[in-house]
Structure formats: structure tokens, C-alpha cells
Design a protein around this ligand. Structure first.
Ligand SMILES: Cc1cc2nc3c(=O)[nH]c(=O)nc-3n(C[C@H](O)[C@H](O)[C@H](O)COP(=O)(O)OP(=O)(O)OC[C@H]3O[C@@H](n4cnc5c(N)ncnc54)[C@H](O)[C@@H]3O)c2cc1C
Ligand code: SF4
Length: 564
């Protein structure tokens, strides 16, 4: 591999929403950027074949398998006192066997665009109070910047991605003030979600059309959504605002950004002074080379970014690069989630529509859930539960066999309603990422090992989420649930945060408010690992992008002034 990183002002590692948005902001501000991405590019038209007869059998077409990329320490024993939170299906029985919490997966994609390639396109701003959890509620940590400081960068992210949503935010509208309207009008609610709206309303829970990174009109050269519900398998129309078709494409269009897919960064190496000098990189042909770097922006996600820093330990950084505080890998926050599904008496056509098109923020504020600190939200979840095709109905919704099974299939198809809830995840001492001394990747480097423990407050919140999800389904006119699953007995995280916390104090954080390492002056982090708190169920990508744009903009200015 040519040693060309000297030609660039910044090397960005990872091209998920964090890396892509940082690269775009740097290029936009005139900096020359090299993006190194471990995974391949995906071609939406060739790779996401939702028109094939076997579309349902094919999940997201992973080109780099992700199962087993990380390892798990044994998870906690399950306490019978919380047995109402066990995962189950009417026809298949318990989903988790045994007395311990199961490690289902850290769901992610290795590829240009990162996990936005299969995300559900929810595009949320954080509740401002969720950024002040220590100050206001004595838990987690405060963000070293305010919602108002982040607001202009949210606006930019919404414009680049093409976010659609309501002009006002419904009940709680004041919670997330905005200076300008969203670029696109809200998507119409699906027929099924209008039934869910009745359930929310019957319980006095405010609801609204969700804000989504999916186009409600043709926008910026991309066509409007066709409501196929296929987001989790990859959007074949490019209307979904994944990072590859938005920030990466625009960064490349600038002429100042070069992307190298299939290029894995193995470690960072310190140089003179408190500077990162070079990166050890494995290219697509497997050859390993060193690239010099003027500045480095890490954006490998909240599990792989701390791993890379820990793998970069050396004489000058014996506990890992940027780990002077011992906080790299600590404060990990997973996804606290719950999903209940039930049949409605009417045919709702619920297998189609934009995933999560309706949301209730009613319990999203940090003090909105009784008996615990930290909020949650509720949304439509049929597509995210993957209850959109006949295979899922045959296996999970309809029991029996033969003619009775066929008849039941015809009767029930399109009648499932699902409520998905996501809640605040608070950091604790038992939840962190470290290097596994026993499990190694193909090049012999220790894998990231995930330790996860749910505390009592998390379980109180989770029980509230489960009970409320059931209540919403009942109020919407559904039968009793036929399937429920959640974080109590299964680690199955889609949103992960916190392992390189940002903060003002170098003793308890890894980077400052600009995303820069407290010690290493040309090292920045621009992904979900910098979040000091998770929010009350907000989907994180828009916040990741806003933060990364801010980090990229500040870094570009420092580069321009010759400070780095
Ligand atoms: C099924 C699912 C649905 C979701 N739905 C939503 C949603 O609706 N809305 C929302 O906001 N969020 C959603 N999320 C979460 C969202 O996708 C993630 O929070 C987000 O993508 C994280 O961004 P990131 O930049 O921190 O990391 P990632 O997206 O994980 O990107 C990291 C990138 O770095 C690369 N990389 C890692 N290590 C290296 C290395 N050593 N060298 C080079 N490259 C490397 C990876 O290949 C990857 O491309 C969903 C996630 C899943 C799994
Ligand atoms: S529902 Fe819309 S955004 Fe999702 S895959 Fe289909 S066309 Fe794309």
C-alpha cells in the first residue's frame, strides 16, 4: 500500500455516521481527508434485492460477517423476581434457555456507511435534560456542551440526510427547540400505525409521526420512500439517509476526500510530543503498512474504537492510547429495549410501511418513568421485529400445520401490531469493553470483550416499558401478545455508547467537548463512544452526526490555523 497519508490533513478511521459526517465536515471546510474503512462498499441496487422471491430468507446481506467479531464475558444470572420480563413466543416457548442472560448480538455492519446501512432511519435529537443527567439527577455524566451548542449541527445533519418529520413535535414539543423546520414534511402514518395512535391516545400518551432519515419527497437527487418496510435489509432506493449515500457521497464529491474500503486500522502509534504519528493498516490485499498522519479521527463505533485504543498501548501509553484516565472502554451503555407483538382483529396491512413511523415521547424525559431515573419512548415496531413476511408469520404468529395452518395464515397476515420500546441505559461498574485475553481475530489481535450488567433501576424502567407496551396494544384493540422479547434476558444491542466519554475533566473522561483526546493533541473521536449518557430511548445516529460535524469543523479550523 502506498504511504500517502502525508498528503492528507486528517485520517478518519471508520465510515459509519460518525466517521462519514466528520469526513464530510472536514472536506467541506477545505481539509484533505483520507477515510479508512474496514468493510466494503455496498451497492444499493445490486446488493439489496428486495424484489427477489426469497427476499424474506435473506437478512441484511453482510459481506463481512459480524457474529463473533466480539466476545462476551458471562452475563448476569436471571432473578425469578423479574420473570415477567422473559422473552417468549406462543409457539416456540421461551427464547432464552438457562439461568443466565444470553448474549444474542452486538448488531452492526462492517462496511461503508456502518450500521446505518441496516438502520430503521429514525432521526432524533436528544432531550436537552438527557444531556445533564449528573447535574439534574445524580447519574451518568453531564455533556460538556449544551443542546443549544449542538443545535446548529443538528440542523446541518438533518439537511444533509434529508430528515422528514412533523412541523411541531407534538406534546413535549418544547423539549427539543428548533430554529428552523425540518427539510421535509412528515411521512403519512400507515394504516396500522393509525390504530396504534388510538392505543396511545386512549392511555393519554401523546404521539406523533416519527422524525425519519427517509425521504417523504424526492430530495437532493434521491427518490421518495415507497414504504416497502425493508430498511433492515438495506434500502434499494437510496431514499434512506444511510451515511454512504449522504455524507460519504458528498465528501467524495468535494474532491478532497479519498475513501479506502477494505482497509483495517490495526493500531495507532505515538510519535514525538503528545502526538499520534502513524497508523498500522492492513489493506484489502492483506498487506500491512504504516501511514503517517497529521491528525486522526477515530469512528469505529463504541465497541471497536476503545478496542483500537487499547490495542495501541506502547511505551508512551502503557494502558492504551488516550487512556490516561483509565476510562477507555468504561461507561459502556447498551440498548435497553422491549418488544411486544399481538394480533389485531382487523386486517391492517401492517407488513408494509416505513418502520417506526409513529412514536410516543410521552415518557422520554429523564424523570418521566415512575420509580427510576431515565426516560423511554414507544414506537411502531412490526418491521424492526421482522414480522413483515410469510415466513415470519408461519413460524412465529401462526401455529399448527396443514389446512388449518393455511387458513390461519390467510386470516392473520397483515394483522400484527408491535410496540417497540427503548429506554435510557445508565452506566455501571459491571458494564464495559476490554480486550479478551483468550479470543483473537484473524490477525491475532485480542477481540473486544463486552461485559454487561443491568442494574435495578434499568429493570424497573424495563418493566415499565413492558407493561406500557402491553397496555398500548390492548388499548389499540389487540388480543393478548403472542410474542415478547427484551433486554432482561438477552443482550441484543443496536445502540451502543459511552466507552470514550467526553467531558471537561481529564480524570474521568477521554476526550474534551471538541472530541479531542485530553492528552494526544492530534487525536479525535467522532462516534457514539463519546456519549456521556444515552438519552431516554432516542435513536443515536443524528446526534452522532451532529457531534461529528462539530468535531470535524473544529479540527478543520485548527488545521487551517496550523495549530496541529
Ligand atoms: C438493526 C439496527 C437498527 C438501527 N436503527 C437505528 C435508527 O433507526 N436510528 C438511529 O439513529 N440509529 C439506529 N441504529 C443504530 C445506529 O445504526 C448506530 O448507532 C450507528 O450506526 C453508530 O454509528 P458509529 O459511527 O458510532 O459506528 P458504526 O455505524 O458502527 O460505524 C463504525 C464503522 O467503523 C468501521 N471500523 C471498525 N473498526 C475499524 C478499524 N479498525 N479500521 C477501519 N474501520 C473500522 C466499521 O466497519 C464501521 O463501518 C440501528 C442499529 C441497528 C443495528
Ligand atoms: S421503507 Fe423506504 S427507506 Fe425503508 S427500504 Fe423501503 S424505500 Fe427504503
Amino acid at each position: 500500500m502506498a504511504k500517502t497519508a502525508e498528503q492528507f490533513d486528517a485520517v478518519v478511521v471508520g465510515s459509519g455516521p460518525g466517521g462519514a459526517a466528520a469526513a464530510w465536515a472536514l472536506a467541506e471546510a477545505g481539509a484533505r481527508v483520507l477515510v479508512l474503512e474496514a468493510g466494503p462498499r455496498y451497492d444499493p441496487f445490486a446488493d439489496y434485492r428486495l424484489e427477489r422471491p426469497d427476499w424474506e430468507a435473506r437478512r441484511f446481506p453482510e459481506k463481512v460477517p459480524t457474529r463473533g467479531r466480539q466476545s462476551f464475558a458471562p452475563l448476569q444470572e436471571l432473578d425469578p423476581a423479574w420473570r415477567d420480563l422473559r422473552s417468549w413466543n406462543l409457539h416456540r416457548g421461551p427464547m432464552v434457555a438457562g439461568p443466565r442472560r444470553a448474549a444474542w448480538a452486538y448488531h452492526h455492519v462492517v462496511g461503508v456507511g456502518g450500521s446505518t446501512l441496516h438502520f430503521a432511519a429514525e432521526a432524533h435529537r436528544l432531550h436537552p435534560d438527557a444531556m445533564r443527567m449528573r447535574d439534574r439527577f445524580g447519574v451518568a455524566a453531564d455533556w460538556p456542551l449544551t443542546y443549544a451548542e449542538l443545535e446548529p449541527f443538528y440542523e446541518t445533519a438533518e439537511r444533509i440526510v434529508g430528515v422528514a418529520g412533523p412541523a411541531i413535535s407534538g406534546p413535549g414539543a418544547d423539549a427539543r427547540p428548533r430554529r428552523r423546520p425540518l427539510p421535509l414534511p412528515a411521512h403519512p402514518l400507515s394504516h396500522a400505525s393509525r390504530h396504534l395512535a388510538r392505543g396511545f391516545a386512549a392511555l393519554g400518551m401523546g404521539w406523533q409521526a416519527n422524525t425519519q432519515a427517509a425521504l417523504s419527497r424526492d430530495y437532493d437527487g434521491r427518490p421518495a420512500c415507497n414504504y416497502c418496510a425493508g430498511c433492515g435489509r438495506g434500502c434499494p432506493r437510496t431514499d434512506k439517509g444511510s451515511a454512504d449515500v449522504t455524507f460519504v457521497a458528498k465528501a467524495e464529491d468535494s474532491g478532497r476526500c479519498v475513501l479506502r474500503p477494505g482497509t483495517r486500522v490495526l493500531r495507532l502509534e505515538a510519535g514525538l510530543g503528545d502526538r499520534v504519528a502513524q497508523l498500522l493498516v492492513a489493506g484489502p490485499d492483506g498487506r500491512v503498512a504504516r501511514l503517517a498522519a497529521r491528525s486522526v479521527v477515530l469512528a469505529c463505533g463504541a465497541v471497536e474504537t476503545p478496542r483500537l485504543l487499547l490495542l495501541s498501548a506502547g511505551n508512551r501509553a502503557p494502558h492504551g492510547l488516550g487512556n490516561e484516565s483509565g476510562q477507555v472502554g468504561r461507561n459502556f451503555m447498551e440498548t435497553l429495549f422491549w418488544t411486544s407483538s399481538a394480533l389485531h382483529p382487523d386486517n391492517l396491512g401492517s407488513h408494509r410501511g416505513l418502520p417506526s413511523d409513529i412514536i410516543s415521547w410521552h415518557h422520554n424525559a429523564p424523570d418521566a418513568v415512575p420509580g427510576t431515573v431515565g426516560g423511554c419512548r414507544f414506537s411502531a415496531g412490526v418491521a424492526e421485529a421482522d414480522l413483515v413476511g410469510p415466513m415470519a408469520y408461519a413460524q412465529r404468529v401462526v401455529g399448527g400445520w396443514g389446512r388449518a395452518h393455511h387458513r390461519r395464515m390467510a386470516e392473520t397476515f397483515g394483522r400484527v401490531l408491535t410496540v417497540g420500546a427503548i429506554g435510557e441505559s445508565l452506566p455501571n461498574d459491571g458494564t464495559y469493553v476490554d480486550l479478551d485475553p483468550r479470543a483473537h481475530d484473524d490477525l491475532g489481535a485480542p477481540k473486544a470483550r463486552i461485559h454487561a450488567r443491568l442494574d435495578g433501576g434499568d429493570l424497573v424502567r424495563l418493566r415499565f416499558m413492558a407493561r406500557t407496551a402491553r397496555d398500548v396494544l390492548a388499548a389499540a384493540g389487540c388480543d393478548d401478545p403472542f410474542e415478547e422479547y427484551g433486554a432482561y434476558d438477552a443482550f441484543s444491542a443496536t445502540h451502543v455508547f459511552g466507552t470514550c466519554r467526553m467531558g471537561d475533566d481529564p480524570r474521568d473522561s477521554v476526550v474534551d467537548a471538541s472530541g479531542r483526546s485530553h492528552r494526544w493533541e492530534n487525536l479525535y473521536i467522532a462516534d457514539a463512544s463519546v456519549f456521556p449518557s444515552s438519552g431516554g430511548g432516542e435513536s443515536p445516529s443524528l446526534t452522532i452526526e451532529a457531534l461529528a460535524i462539530r468535531t470535524g469543523t473544529i479540527l478543520a479550523e485548527r488545521l487551517r490555523k496550523g495549530e496541529i
